[in-house]
Design a binder for this molecule. Sequence first.
Ligand SMILES: Nc1ncnc2c1ncn2[C@@H]1O[C@H](COP(=O)(O)OP(=O)(O)OP(=O)(O)O)[C@@H](O)[C@H]1O
Ligand SMILES: [Mg+2]
Length: 374
Amino acid sequence: MPSQFSILVIDKDKLSGDSIVSTLRPYSDSISLAGSVDSFTDGDCAMQRNAPNVVFLGVEEIEQGIKDVQCITLKYPMVSVIACSSEKNSEWILALMRAGAVEYLLRPIAQEELKQSLQKVGRFIFKTPSEETPAGEIIAVYNPIGGMGTTTVAVNLAAALAEEGTKVALVDLNLDAGDVNTFLNVNPTYTLSSVTSNIERLDANFLMSVMTRHASGPFVLTEPLEVDEAVSITPEQVRRILEFLRGTFSYVVVDCVGQLAGCNLAIFGSSNLILFTTTLSLPALKNTKRYLTAMGRKGFNSDRVKLVINRYLPKSDIQIKDAEKVLGWSVYQAIPNEYADVVDSINKGMPVVKLLPRSPISKAIQGLAERVKH
Ligand SMILES: Nc1ncnc2c1ncn2[C@@H]1O[C@H](COP(=O)(O)OP(=O)(O)OP(=O)(O)O)[C@@H](O)[C@H]1O
Ligand SMILES: [Mg+2]
């Protein structure tokens, strides 16, 4: 069992909560108790104060349970939730896991199961010394609305970082309209859903066997081809996949879009860098302002969230310094508008940085890659 593992118990059923605490007492040198409370409000305070790794959450009613799990995973993306209940119904298990719980324990909780569930969670949070390799950097490329060039930036950044044998993964987590496949003209046999449906087998060998290496360098993991398969990917699964990739690759570039919730929060929670990609139009900047503020409220600040201006035209009405002033955020990198080169690259299924390395857009992306490398 890893050291410095801290747990919080939130359970109205006092007996059940106490039994978890007493089962784990003999392991107090490796597991510390961040609290044991009987209401969600008290639990929330304890999470804020003590930032536990794992929360055992007692569930009496399914709707409330789902809400509570979602609330915890949204607010505290790094917390793993283990649901505990007296209900055997498989619908409950599925619904709670989909909401973001990592495990489901049936009361009365057997000592062995409790330990196993913690060991499983621990594997994803901690590494044993023999497994220790320098952790890779996770870079999310994000715009909530889409159409601003996140895929263009993600695909090209991944290819630029993959120079000189650096191991790079490119993950399309644009779950219902991903287009990394199209940009790279690949049609992989395995997708994210192959990984999530085999999540228990997740290890470095399995991951490498399902990822496709693109000629431009990065190993790609893309969205499921069937839209309905994407729905079943949970934030916890996303987090596990990313943490695993971090152990194998030096850089993991993630293409993501959509609301500040669920899987996106899991991605951001794991990310070292979030490249918020936008253009310099008024509506785009208005949305950028709203989202940067909301991200700041969730703890994703300018030390992690960097602004990338795509389709930049030096002669546009709105200049970079205007945007910086309005947003209160400095621009990390501007990527010029080079429509013909981008379209040529998409049609050929090869990133611009490889196809046309001397194009101004390629130079800017190479600059971005240098900056990411520090
Ligand atoms: N720097 C650029 N210069 C010129 N055109 C660009 C540039 N970046 C992107 N584009 C164009 O904008 C289109 C949208 O870009 P892209 O698909 O990368 O955006 P996205 O944010 O991933 O969109 P989606 O919401 O569809 O996922 C591309 O098809 C491309 O033609
Ligand atoms: Mg896209």
